[in-house]
Design a protein around this ligand. Structure first.
Ligand code: GLN
Length: 483
């Protein structure tokens, strides 16, 4: 096994046994990025000095036989929507092309305090709006499993980096599926915690009532470790919850026998056999592990996409009003007066999808339409959340496909935004309800050949421990390699 393929636990063990140093590991990963990222394009900006400085600090601690922090020496990537002090943060948008934040996001700070080396910032859809990373204002990222295909989105760079060992773990953001969906399309693990579980401080806002920060990793243990590090109350984010964070690792191996798995009928209607067969095999495995499979109903599922796209565009139109050419990054020159400067800056700085969302969001919030769209969507959001909460009266976790389709070809869906929005059909429900979700690999497709399929597991509010436990049991029983 190569140094760059190691899990977090193997890295810790290797450092303690002095098989390699943190510096060697970071250098090996940077070399790999240098070789491989020309074709994958996961990174927008690299931060080798910052990564090496951290690695040297860890090596000093190893030499002094100090207790090592939980992510000691771990090479990590960070989605470019998270602020990093002194390190360019673009949100993959031209409007922030040269923006250098004055502070670190809380999650970035916690990652580094836990010993991780931040290698750089990863590509994504502009302001996290999209499902393929093709909406990046700079270039698309390619799926390491098949370079002609998308890695999913919007956190496609982070997912691709982990899938191709250009980082051991990565942070992404998930508003309607942007961690779970790319995890599924690239064959890695991605978790979105409960809304409020992880601080949003320093996360550039897209839709504030839906935005989450969460980890990618190649194993459930790895994401459990990272989630444990970044979770917990943060006085800098007033929506972060004051709920104790359990020791996720300690609970991973607890028994799963007898747990009830809900399978919503609505999520399987019309699903392609290619995805459906793999998920069914995953459910069979759960049954063999002693979990009870029960069919459940989620009657408001059909409204989830419409509801999500009304709420997220409304919030985005308000959040993105701040990019006016005065306060951040890019300003278009040659304007004669202020309004013209605003207009030109926003016209040249934002890409097509961001403009589409600002227009949609402004429309659904405008007087006369507010009641018809925005207010109604808020009501439907409550009904969708109720569907889930009622289901959790009956079952412990809910299992669904993560995405209705495997990785599609680059360019294939770019002219059809509605088709692109439909890729989120299975992920937006948990986002709207604020409950946690994870995507784990669940085998490969046969046609098109050998593309990863992801299984989504959802749990109730603040029940990430059970979510991770079920995912870990699935992984240990060989569920990732089902076929
Ligand atoms: N694909 C969804 C969207 O385009 C979700 C994005 C996200 O979770 N950031 O809005």
């Amino acid at each position: 096994m190569e140094l760059t393929d190691l899990t977090v636990d193997a890295i810790r063990a290797g450092l303690v046994a002095r098989e390699f140093s943190a510096e060697e590991l970071v250098r090996a990963t940077l070399e790999r990025i240098d070789r491989e990222d020309k074709s994958i394009r996961a990174y927008l900006t690299l931060s080798p000095e910052r990564a090496l400085a951290k690695a040297l600090e860890i090596d000093r601690r190893v030499a002094a036989r100090e207790e090592l922090p939980p992510l000691a020496g771990v090479p990590a990537a960070v989605k470019d929507v998270l602020s990093t002090q002194g390190l360019r943060t673009t949100c993959a948008s031209r409007i922030l092309e040269h923006y250098i934040p004055p502070y670190d996001a809380t999650t970035v700070e916690r990652l580094e305090a836990a010993g991780a080396s931040i290698l750089g910032k990863t590509n994504c859809d502009e302001f996290a709006m999209g499902s393929s990373t093709e909406n990046s204002g700079f270039f698309p990222t390619h799926n390491p499993r098949d370079l002609s295909r998308v890695p999913g989105g919007s956190s496609g760079g982070s997912a691709a980096a982990v899938a191709s060992s250009l980082a051991a773990v990565a942070l992404g953001s998930d508003t309607g599926g942007s961690i779970r969906q790319p995890a599924s399309l690239t064959g890695v693990v991605g978790v979105m915690g409960t809304y409020g579980r992880v601080s949003r401080d320093g996360l550039v806002a897209f839709a504030s009532s839906l935005d989450h920060v969460g980890p990618f990793g190649r194993t459930v243990v790895d994401v459990a470790r990272v989630l444990g590090v970044i979770a917990g109350r943060d006085p800098l984010d007033w929506t972060s919850a004051d709920v104790p964070v359990p020791d996720y690792l300690a609970e991973l191996d607890q028994d799963v026998r007898g747990l009830k798995v809900g399978v919503p009928d609505e999520y399987f209607a019309g699903l392609s056999a290619e995805i459906g067969d793999n998920i069914q095999k995953g459910l069979d495995l759960f049954a063999r592990l002693g979990l009870k499979i029960e069919r459940i109903r989620m009657p408001h599922t059909e409204y989830a996409i419409a509801c999500y796209y009304i709420i997220c565009t409304a919030e985005a139109s308000s959040n993105l009003a701040r990019y006016d050419g005065v306060r951040y990054g890019f300003r278009e020159t040659g304007a004669e007066e202020l309004r013209e400067m605003y207009r030109k800056t926003r016209d040249h700085g934002f890409g097509a999808e961001v403009k589409r969302r600002i227009m949609l969001g402004t429309y659904v919030l405008s007087s006369g339409y507010y009641e018809a769209y925005y207010r109604k969507a808020q009501n439907v959001r409550t009904l969708i959340a109720r569907d889930l909460l009622e289901a959790f009266d009956e079952v412990d976790v809910i299992v669904t496909p993560t995405s209705p389709i495997p990785a599609f070809k680059l360019g294939e869906r770019m002219d059809d935004p509605l088709q692109m929005y439909l890729a989120d059909i299975y992920t937006v429900t948990a986002s709207l309800a604020g409950v946690p979700g994870i995507s784990v690999p669940c085998g490969l497709t046969r046609c098109p050949a050998r593309l990863p399929v992801g299984m989504q597991i959802i749990a109730k509010h603040f029940d990430e421990a059970r979510l991770l436990r079920v995912a870990h049991a699935f992984e240990k029983a060989g569920g990732f390699e089902i076929s």
